[in-house]
Design a protein. Structure first.
Length: 309
């Protein structure tokens, strides 16, 4: 059973981090967990006279008065969490955001990191790449990314969960988390697998034969796709634990196309309020492939995305 006992929420006073804090409050109330709120002050681009001078790359030196004023601003920002009756711990630290978030998550240790995302255009895309992407790649605990448009439920965190399975070890861990959360929240669950098919099947198109189909010379591309779909569908159903129908009515779906695009389309069609997916390992190939699915999903999602490692 997935349990959350320590939540780390990063804020930067933006609307995006306001939405992230709102979602962290909902999750904290559901799991009866405290929230550690972290603000990292840094200025890698321009000096800010109101808050001291730039001394090292990404780090400002603040006077005691400025530090007190900043902590007061953070206290005001997190007031909704205290009003909700939650235990809230505040940390205001210098440094680079991604580095400090990961270090703090390890020290607590955190069971969940909650971050706001800023969108997909211009400078906001650069910000996502420099902070959120690093955390998604390196965090050792689940990370909940919250887009600006996301809204949290007032009672339970999520009512319709969409979980992505590619049959890798990390995606199976993601499914275990999604099943646990669906059971705890009494949520609907959709489990999807995406076959990265380059284009819709075209009748009459043939390709070289494969031993698996036992054809002689050519085979039907549409039939081949149907075989792959049926196999993936059976594998998805086999992953669901016995007795799951007693507390949930899971749906399994095999989709075709670009994985991140199909994931987002399915989430939208089913009005999912959470996407759960696994981030693959930390080797160079996995990090290179990160941008193809998890990164694009997080960047473009209109609901929170929970990534597990």
């Amino acid at each position: 059973m997935w349990n959350v006992s320590r939540i780390l929420c990063h804020i930067d006073f933006s609307d995006a981090s306001r939405h992230a804090l709102d979602q962290a409050i909902v999750v904290a109330r559901f799991f009866d967990a405290p929230i550690s709120v972290l603000y990292v002050y840094s200025q890698p681009f321009l000096p800010v006279p109101a808050y001291g001078m730039l001394t090292d790359v990404g780090t400002l030196t603040l006077s005691p008065e400025d530090t007190d004023r900043l902590r007061s601003d953070v206290e005001q920002f997190v007031a909704p969490a205290r009003m909700a009756g939650l235990q809230v711990n505040i940390a205001v630290e210098p440094g680079l955001p991604a580095t400090r978030i990961l270090a703090t998550a390890k020290t607590l240790p955190a069971d969940l990191i909650v971050l706001g995302t800023h969108g997909v255009s211009g400078f906001e895309r650069l910000v996502l790449g420099s902070v959120t992407e690093k955390i998604l790649r390196k965090a050792t605990c689940p990370v909940l990314t919250v887009p600006p448009r996301a809204e949290g439920s007032a009672v339970v965190p999520f009512k319709h969960i969409l979980c992505v399975v590619d049959f890798s070890e990390t995606s199976l861990k993601a499914l275990a988390t999604a099943l646990s959360l669906a059971q705890e929240a009494d949520a609907e669950l959709t489990v999807v697998h995406v076959l990265e098919w380059p284009a819709p099947a075209t009748p009459g198109v043939t390709t070289p034969a494969t031993p698996e189909l036992g054809a002689s010379g050519v085979f039907d591309l549409e039939r081949y796709r149907a075989v792959l779909e049926a196999d993936a569908g059976e594998r998805l159903k086999a992953l669901l634990p016995a007795g799951v129908q007693e507390w949930c009515t899971p749906e399994t779906r095999v989709l075709h196309g670009k994985p991140w695009a199909e994931i987002l389309a399915a989430a939208s069609a089913r009005h999912a309020d959470l996407i759960v997916l696994g981030v693959r390992g930390r080797n160079p190939i996995d990090l290179m492939l990160f941008g193809s699915t998890a990164n694009q999903t997080v960047r473009r999602a209109t609901c929170p995305v929970l990534t597990t490692a």
